[in-house]
Design a protein around this ligand. Structure first.
Ligand SMILES: Nc1ncnc2c1ncn2[C@@H]1O[C@H](COP(=O)(O)OP(=O)(O)OP(=O)(O)O)[C@@H](O)[C@H]1O
Length: 572
């Protein structure tokens, strides 16, 4: 479609091709014609009249005007990530008939070219996450944009932990294109477990089987960040900004994400998408859980206390290396929007068709070579053992725990930090906050893997739960209680299926780490640490972890590189 359009008193030539809508100023001989071009995929909505949306909707009705809303990128002021804002331009047409043609064709264009745009969303708001502003953030920043884009939302403000997950597992989800969580990483994890669990339930798959090839989830997940930790949002979008996230959801962006399943004794314990950390990162979480009253400062405090306690732990790690010809954690690449490694992995994981059942069987056949013989065994004392499916970049560590990790290549990075001099370990930790290579240290090794097994001792797995220290009577009673708790937990997950354990209260850190401060105030240090699994403490030390390539999809596109492109002048 092509016609004259007016912006104020200036005349423009408006052209709508298949993929872009652009307008060029005409009749201005002294200056070069300036064309402003907006990809159809970036059009958020089209409204009759002269309309504004944020902070409040206002419309000036006129039968010759229409307003186009689109994504506009602005620099976030940091080296990574672009903020998305709602750009708007108000056009006038010579006649109402022409105006109606423009609105009709523009709406048809983005519906045709963007099939993944959601029309119906299920939204869970955690009113208590972060600074308890989830509801306000949703109502003032996201909801007006969803309304503008014509998306109908069923909103549930949660009243308890795990409500979102239970809803996703049990209720009718017909008609929803995606699930949005308004909260932090904990809330995201709840939704992740619900979406994965529901998909496997419907496919008749048993999640407790560690080698099961899980079904890719059809529901997209969107994150409106409103927590105290929003790492998954930062790592998949590049900024922590509710408006940017809402716009990614509206235009139906789709970012596949690898998920790591964590099993213990043939029962699913949890899924993880970011950090699984034993040793330092487990101890920091255990310590910070006891200081929740300190707010976000508790992480800095806990980090310092745990560092001073100067711990290392024995452990045996088995890992299944990924193909080193495809990528490496030391190859200095970055997983950015449109990442080559992840795209090639899509072909590798799912070469046949986009039908998800054939995707799974092809994945199975591709990986049937995961024989025991391929596993590598490492034993020793570690300051920390970490497994991450993504870079884990966050505002405090802009390049992350493993800067070259990929979001969707079906692998994770295993980082082994051997027992070392405390100053060396401090150097390792400090390098996360700068661009220095944290793997370029003699006591650090990193491997790209498909699976790992960890045992806190070289003996039989179950022996790990028998403390080697000699406990006092009080400690013995506490340990008995802990064993009881573990047994109950284990029975619960075996009896009720893999999802039920999450309905139990957050597991307390095993008593073995009751004194993360022990190194400072007690004579005997604990012999085992705990696993920090995306901010939750796991009740088991011996685990088997497998990476499931592209198991879920987020409304995101990875981190966009480059500087901001300014498609228009008006901005809200
Ligand atoms: N209404 C509720 N009451 C209590 N807990 C809730 C409620 N809704 C969700 N939760 C739980 O709160 C936990 C933390 O939520 P969220 O991640 O949104 O906030 P956060 O401030 O980033 O979390 P954290 O305190 O772990 O950093 C989640 O694990 C979620 O299961």
């Amino acid at each position: 479609m092509e016609s004259s359009l007016w912006l104020g008193n200036s005349r423009y030539r408006g052209v709508l091709t298949g993929w872009t809508f652009n307008w060029t100023r005409i009749g201005n001989k002294n200056r070069h014609d300036k064309t402003i071009s907006v990809p159809v995929a970036d059009v958020v909505g089209v409204e009759e009249g002269r309309v504004s949306v944020l902070p409040h909707k206002s419309a000036e009705d006129s039968d010759k005007d229409f307003t186009v809303f689109y994504v506009k990128r602005v620099s976030s002021g940091s080296s990574r990530g672009l903020l998305w804002r709602l750009g708007q331009t108000q056009f006038s047409c010579p006649s109402r008939v022409l105006r109606d043609q423009w609105t009709k064709h523009l709406r048809a264009a983005f519906k045709t070219h963007c099939p993944l745009r959601p029309s119906r969303l299920l939204v869970f708001i955690n009113p208590l996450g972060g600074k308890k502003k989830g509801r306000h953030i949703y109502d003032s920043l996201a909801a007006p944009l969803f309304e503008l884009a014509g998306i109908s939302c069923h909103v549930i403000v949660t009243e308890r932990a795990n409500q979102a997950r239970d809803h996703l597992l049990k209720k009718d989800l017909t008609g929803f294109n995606g699930v949005v969580c308004v909260g932090g990483d904990g809330m995201f994890s709840e939704v992740l477990h619900g979406v994965i669990g529901r998909t496997q339930q419907e496919a008749g798959l048993c999640e407790n089987e560690p080698s099961a090839v899980l079904q890719a989830c059809p529901l997209h997940i969107g994150i409106i960040p409103a927590g105290s930790t929003d790492c998954v949002c930062f790592a998949t979008i590049g900024v922590i900004d509710p408006v940017t996230s809402a716009l990614h959801i509206i235009i139906g962006d789709s970012q596949p994400l690898d998920v790591c399943s964590v099993h213990h004794s043939s029962t699913l314990v949890r899924y993880s998408v970011s950090l699984l950390g034993y040793g330092f990162f487990g101890d920091v979480l255990a310590q910070s859980e006891r200081k929740r009253w300190m707010g976000p400062l508790r992480y800095d405090y806990a980090g310092m206390v745990v560092y001073l306690s100067n711990r290392s732990y024995p452990g045996v790690v088995h890992f299944l290396p990924a193909d080193p010809m495809l990528s490496s954690p030391r190859d200095k690449t970055r997983c950015l929007s449109g990442c080559d490694v992840c795209s090639r992995s899509t072909e590798r994981l799912f070469p046949q068709s986009s039908d998800s059942s054939s995707l799974c069987s092809s994945y199975l056949s591709q990986n049937s070579g995961d024989s025991e013989g391929d596993w590598v065994r490492v034993e020793g004392r570690f300051r920390c053992v970490s497994l991450t499916c993504m870079s884990c970049s966050c505002p405090k560590s802009p390049l992350g725990l493993s800067p070259s990790a990929h979001l969707a290549d079906g692998t994770g990075d295993l980082i082994l930090v051997w027992d070392s001099h405390p100053l060396g370990f401090l150097k390792y930790l400090y390098r996360h906050t700068s661009s220095q290579d944290q793997f370029d240290l003699p006591f650090v090794e990193v491997h790209r893997v498909k699976a790992i097994r960890f045992s806190a001792s070289s003996g039989e797995e179950e022996d790990v739960y028998k403390e080697v220290r000699e406990p006092s009577p009080a400690a013995a009673a506490a340990e008995e209680e802990e064993e009881e708790e573990k047994r109950g937990y284990e029975e619960d997950i075996s009896r009720n299926g893999s999802q039920q354990h999450l309905t139990r209260k957050r597991p307390q850190p095993p008593k073995a780490t009751c004194g993360v401060l022990c190194g400072v105030c007690c004579s005997k240090a604990p012999t085992t640490s705990v696993w920090n699994c995306d901010g939750e403490i796991l009740p088991f030390t011996d685990i088997l972890c497998r990476i499931h390539g592209q198991l879920v999809r987020l409304y995101a596109r990875g981190i966009e590189a480059g500087t901001a492109v300014q498609p228009g002048n008006d901005q809200m």
